[in-house]
Design a protein around this ligand. Structure first.
Ligand SMILES: [Fe+2]
Length: 255
């Protein structure tokens, strides 16, 4: 499909239809409304120590026991980005009964329904280990994942400090901006053959000054939950001394 057709289709109706399908809705639960409003405003909401330490310990134990079972492991999809120091296990709800009950099937699904759409589904459930000294990931550069809402929930399974791969986000960067309009246009027209939502350092510095943006680095203890729309600008961080960062993640989208 030509670039012109892609751009025309996107701005003529695709974007408009998507917005119609993804309207925020009000919950009867005030806690959910408060969280949804915060995500709508800033793009991120952090719940420190949301899941108790003893449950985190149980989840980690169950995961390590399951990872010893070859019959289960061979059925899982595993992405091993060894050069970037990242390993991801998909269908992670099968790795821990406790995680499946407490994290994957929880009130986060309700938040996703009210923030994204009642038709939203948790299409990816993942266990990720990151962190090898001297290894840098592609995603350690500021970028947006999409022009659409990209709602994700992360649960830190270990204490995450500044040196072991904390998540980094620019609050309010989901909002429109002249630079963002051009970046989205390129994303739509060229996809992965363009900059694909990635910003160079000088573009970030300019944007931060112009919009008065400042980044937040989410450090936190095991049990901390991050609810985030990765339509906003974000990045990972490398491991400085080789210490790992383990997390569970759920990705939501319309399907
Ligand atoms: Fe991303």
């Amino acid at each position: 499909m030509s670039v012109i057709v892609k751009i025309f289709r996107h701005y003529a109706y695709q974007r408009y239809l998507y917005r119609l399908k993804t309207r925020k809705t009000i919950s009867e639960n005030e806690k959910i409304n408060k969280i949804v409003s915060e995500i709508e405003d800033k793009g991120i909401c952090v719940l420190n120590n949301y899941i108790e330490k003893k449950l985190i310990k149980k989840i980690k134990l169950e995961i390590s026991e399951t990872l010893k079972k070859k019959n289960i492991i061979k059925k899982l999809k595993i992405y091993d980005f060894n050069d970037q120091g990242i390993k991801r296990y998909l269908s992670a709800d099968k790795l821990s009964k406790t995680a499946n009950k407490l994290f994957y099937n929880s009130f986060f699904d309700e938040i996703a329904k009210h923030y994204v759409s009642k038709n939203v589904v948790a299409y990816q459930k993942m266990y990720e280990i990151k962190g090898s000294e001297g290894k840098f990931a592609t995603t350690d550069i500021f970028h947006f994942d999409d022009w659409r809402k990209r709602f994700k929930v992360f649960l830190y399974l270990n204490d995450v400090g500044i040196n072991n791969c904390p998540f980094c986000y620019i609050p309010k960067s989901i909002k429109s901006d002249k630079k963002r309009i051009l970046k989205e246009l390129e994303y739509i027209a060229l996809g992965k053959s363009g900059s694909y939502g990635y910003y160079l350092n000088h573009e970030m510095e300019n944007l931060k000054k112009r919009k008065n943006y400042s980044e937040i680095t989410v450090t936190g203890e095991a049990g901390t939950v991050i609810l985030v729309d990765t339509r906003g600008l974000h990045k990972g961080n490398p491991s400085i001394f080789g210490n790992k960062r383990e997390l569970l993640a759920t990705y939501y989208d319309l399907r």
